[in-house]
Design a binder for this molecule. Sequence first.
Ligand code: ATP
Length: 441
Amino acid sequence: MAEEVTLDKIVSLCKRRGFIFPSSEIYGGLNGAYDYGPLGVNLKNNIRDFWWREMTQIHDDIVGIDASILMNSQVWKASGHVSNFTDPMVDCKVCHARFRADQIDLNGACPNCGNKGSFTAPRNFNLMFVTHIGPTADDASTVYLRPETAQGIYVNFKNIVTSARMKVPFGIAQVGKSFRNEITTKNFIFRSCEFEQMEMQWFCKPGSDDTWFPYWREQRMAFYGKMGIRLDHLRWHQHGPDELAFYAKDAYDIQYLFPMGWQELEGVHDRTDYDLTQHQKFSGKDMSYMDPVNNEKFIPYIVETSAGLTRNVLMALCDAYEEQQLEDDTRVVLHLHPAIAPIKAAVLPLLKKDGLAEYASKLEHDLRHYFVTDYDVSGAIGRRYRRQDEVGTPYCITVDYDTLKDNTVTIRYRDSMEQKRIKIEDIPAEVAKADKEYKRV
Ligand code: ATP
């Protein structure tokens, strides 16, 4: 029976193997901020690239942008963030711990100290980080660290229509950092103050959102299947009347079954013409679109798909993690899809001596031109396999004495632990084939 995955196990693996560290750890860390180590940055970049390829390359009519984090403050007035981007906050009167009022039972006990009914009345707290541009810190110089990447897309709508000659319906994709002064930042990187989002905003004709909204919901769920995530760990949650933003026509979240329960991974929302109408109102610029076929003028509706990249990293790790009982051993294995695994293949000489290490090192250098490789010569071969399993390396390539004679190697598959003999010149093709045929066990 496989052991349960817990968040503690993931945190400890991340620290031990260099996926994720607390930010500025030698100074005691900083709440809600994390650093990605060598394996973590590969995993995060691979998820980002997998998403980017899916959204901008596979789908028709989606272009990318990279907007700046700092924007004119008017953007956040128009979007409603200055007045409404708040969470209700309460303090425990006994231990002074702070909570989001909507995340705890206000008549229950304090999750920190256990005292009952000791909370202050909820008050609204704006989640945007404020800073100043220029030498004086006054109202005129106030700027915000963006709390979402979407607004950078909306304000560039006209630029894209004219410069990239895009015709509605079309989408704009963006990946980047967002910042929220979250009241509670527990659960590791699930909810942090600095995080990354992958957003695609789809501009369409009013009325056609009834077709595009279900289309994008279907596409986004299918995406996670392609990324090797177990679909029985994903579900839809439709926003009820109490959750739905006043301007939204309909909204669904994709939730994942994290170790702490079902939690949001991505939002797919029908935002109507609210965003462009607001920006038209506040900027005084015409944000409408003229259909070149019939000269019809309208403000497009927006269907947004908004996923957390850093939250996807946590989801991928939780989904992949398994402690397997083998006949004579246990192993920790990450069943990461080969497309997102931080290392694609490790080259391992059976022994250090007799020219095996030199051969393996040269082979590893040659393979670097095809994919991300690792080279490991230290310890028994079984231990080296385990080290690669634990970080999700899908293929291990072992150089032994036969290799020196006939230029063949053993390729070992992470999930099945099966091995087969192949010629060294066939390695790139074999890896590409196995990548393509990969199925999550
Ligand atoms: P919540 O209600 O949980 O605070 P939200 O509904 O406000 O989140 P959105 O604004 O819809 O979240 O953000 C889109 C996505 O961005 C989320 O589905 C999530 O994956 C990611 N995200 C939002 N806030 C954070 C955060 N503080 N840390 C990490 N990822 C986040």
